[in-house]
Ligand binder design. Structure first.
Ligand SMILES: [Zn+2]
Length: 411
């Protein structure tokens, strides 16, 4: 991609077909994670459109943004949410259930962030390797004792990993395959790193949930693909890898983990059911995503109406990449939200891209005694609602934008 900031894609990222239909236009938006220290700094605006392949039905972004720009100073630190930390332990157990017992295993995580998901394997005495391009976060992982290298994972890097670390008994990638420009190359690399009898796993925000529960806020420039299980299975098979089982994940408000191996294993009932449901729902089709788009536009109007009706001294909660899409798409800026509360110290003191809302720690944000809160990090709703009530004794109005229709939960 050289130094160009973004390029339009001309063929499907999964099957290579060149007939793509634009199904949803969210407007020209700055990259969602470009938080900045002052609002004078100009940000580029890049088309944010969802396209759907007319051949395989895969939903995807119509442009690719230069990954050097997107990921070098990534500000999402996995370990910041309590839900995520708890899930990391469950994730490790589910993986180990499917692996041989009684010996230390070699475990690799692609895009390991701060090492939160490798930590439970370390506690059990396994040998670890994390790979992540964000230098600032890799430093944090290593300081925390999680062996991590700062690189973009690729099929080329896989060769170096095998000669240094060896073949993996288990390799996993959480929320990375949909984010990379060349998902095929990452899957090829994962296959190369994997021992003949090993277990691979890919976790991704599931297209079925995105579609049914209307998660249009998950469409942003780092998220190139919106994968169904059928699409992912087909991709894996192109690289000699076979998906045989799934498990559900609470992350992103509805993700799944797809397990795969180098040999065909008996497919689980859950796997078969999911594939059948996709077929019955016609999920991998342009018409399904056009319907999604219609519902997204209606959702925007409903949300803005709901906000008009609540006390105007309002703050947001959660300055995630997803919040950037919804704020920009709905035109919710600093005239509507006086600030956004977020627990991540990396984000505090900065301004949101395109909407110029300042981010503060929740402690500081609640000192201003807001009367209403827009729960942007709605995928952590339970955790945040508890915190609002117990820690800040907040008794005002909370607006929860997703899943499905926007609503004000009864307190
Ligand atoms: Zn396609």
């Amino acid at each position: 991609m050289n130094n160009k900031l973004f390029k339009k894609i001309n063929s499907c990222r999964i099957c290579g077909n060149d007939d793509l239909a634009i199904v949803l236009d969210l407007g020209d938006q700055p990259p969602a994670n470009s938080l900045r220290d002052n609002i004078e700094e100009e940000l580029p605006r890049i088309p944010l459109q969802l396209a759907c392949c007319r051949l395989c039905g895969a939903a995807q972004l119509s442009v690719s943004v230069n990954p050097e720009y997107l990921f070098k100073h990534y500000v999402w630190v996995t370990g910041t949410a309590e839900t995520t930390r708890k899930y990391s332990i469950e994730f490790c157990s589910r993986m180990l259930e499917r692996l041989p017992l009684g010996r230390p295993l070699k475990i690799i995580e692609v895009a390991s962030n701060d090492g939160t998901f490798l930590k439970p394997f370390k506690v059990k005495g396994h040998e670890l390797l994390g790979i992540d391009p964000a230098e600032n976060i890799v430093k944090m992982a290593n300081e925390d004792g999680i062996n991590t290298i700062s690189e973009f994972f690729s099929s080329e890097l896989a060769g170096k990993i095998i000669s240094g670390f060896g073949e993996a008994d288990c390799i996993f990638a959480r929320n990375v395959v949909p984010h990379v420009e060349d998902a095929h190359d990452v899957i090829e690399g994962m296959g190369r790193c994997l021992d003949e009898k090993g277990l691979g796993a890919i976790e991704f925000h599931y297209a079925g949930t995105i579609h049914n529960e209307l998660h249009y806020d998950s469409i942003y420039h780092e998220h190139n693909l919106y994968l169904s299980l059928s699409c992912l299975s087909k991709m894996l098979e192109k690289h000699g890898l076979f998906c045989f089982d799934i498990s559900e994940s609470p992350i992103s408000g509805g993700s799944i983990v797809a397990y795969f191996s180098k040999h065909r294993r008996e497919q689980s009932e859950n796997f078969k059911k999911k594939i059948l449901r996709e077929k019955n729902d016609n999920l991998n089709s342009v018409s399904a995503w056009i319907d999604f788009s219609r519902r997204a536009v209606k959702h925007k109007d409903e949300l803005l109406n709901l906000i008009k009706g609540v006390p105007s001294k309002m703050i947001g909660y959660g300055a995630s990449a997803r919040s950037s899409t919804i704020l920009n798409f709905c035109g919710i800026d600093r005239r509507v939200l006086s600030c956004i509360a977020d627990n991540s110290p990396l984000k505090q003191g900065k301004y949101t891209p395109g909407t110029d809302i300042k981010i503060f720690s929740p402690d500081i944000a609640f000192q201003s005694k807001p009367e209403s809160v827009l729960l942007l990090a709605w995928n952590f709703s339970d955790e945040i609602l508890r915190e609002l009530h117990d820690k800040y004794e907040f008794s005002g109005t909370v607006v929860v934008p997703f899943p499905g229709n926007p609503r004000i939960p009864k307190s």
